[in-house]
Design a protein around this ligand. Structure first.
Ligand code: ZN
Length: 263
């Protein structure tokens, strides 16, 4: 609630200043009344409640249909290969992403952020990445936050990294800088919360969901489900909560709000 400041409202500032000079006890009363009168207006002001679109990656079934990787592109990619799976836990990536996403929704809502989910169940065929980006565009999201976990043939690979769109004129030039900033803030908080190795940030030019986004967008890879350590930990409620907390704190930093609101 960075906007809750009586002095941003000129008429009441005049009242406040005048009464301060007259007498202190009544000045405080007037200030209090002015603040209480101002609060509902602040809450209802357009733009007062930021929207974040939370996108838990994948779904129950892969989607092998193809779609262009960017507006007007002739390069096609499949909509969704289906994600990875826990090498020890057996948990699907789609389900892990959703569990963290739902926890994140709760934390962000408590912090005064409006949340739009791209999905709330793991029950269907994945909608593909243009559809996901369009949900974020339509919501005019302040951040389009995509939640994933990684998988590699090399089981030793572990740790957290965050991806953001590479700069390409006509596709991502409008969202490149804020996305990069968001990626840095969220990566730092996510690494702090999970305690996994920090694999840093990576630009991607080949992500359909990035190239179609007209709002700042990042994709977190929380850890590697093909690594026994990362997988075992991410499969627990404790670490899913930690991940959500880190994502919430990074998001609030990006929105210019106190991360302590996440709890
Ligand atoms: Zn994934």
């Amino acid at each position: 609630m960075s906007g809750v400041r009586p002095w941003t409202c000129p008429p009441r500032t005049v009242v406040f200043v005048t009464r301060v000079r007259q007498s202190f006890p009544s000045a405080w009363l007037v200030a209090l009344v002015a603040l209480v009168a101002w609060l509902p207006a602040a809450a209802a002001a357009p733009g007062a409640t930021p929207v974040v679109v939370v996108d838990p990656g994948h779904d129950l079934r892969a989607n092998l249909e193809q779609e262009p990787i960017g507006p007007g592109s002739s390069t096609l990619k499949i909509k969704d290969g289906g994600g990875t799976r826990g090498v020890v836990s057996g948990l699907t990536e789609a389900e892990l992403n959703l569990r963290v996403g739902l926890r994140l929704r709760t934390l962000l809502r408590r912090a005064g952020v409006r949340v739009v989910m791209t999905r709330t169940t793991t029950s269907g065929t994945s909608m593909g990445n243009i559809a996901r980006a369009r949900i974020a565009n339509r919501a005019r999201a302040k951040l389009f936050l995509r939640i994933h976990a990684d998988g590699l043939a090399d089981r030793r690979a572990r740790g957290t990294h965050t991806l953001y769109p590479a700069l390409r004129r006509g596709w991502t030039d409008d969202v490149y800088a804020p996305s990069k900033r968001a990626a840095g803030l969220v990566q730092r908080e996510l690494v702090r919360a999970l305690g996994f190795p920090d694999r840093g940030l990576h630009e991607r030019s080949d992500f359909t969901g990035f190239n179609w986004a007209d709002v700042p967008v990042i994709l977190v890879e929380m850890g590697f489900m093909t690594n026994p350590t990362d997988d075992r930990l991410l499969a627990t409620a404790v670490y899913q909560r930690r991940a959500a907390l880190g994502l919430c704190r990074g998001t609030l930093r990006f929105l210019g709000r106190p991360p302590a609101l996440c709890g």
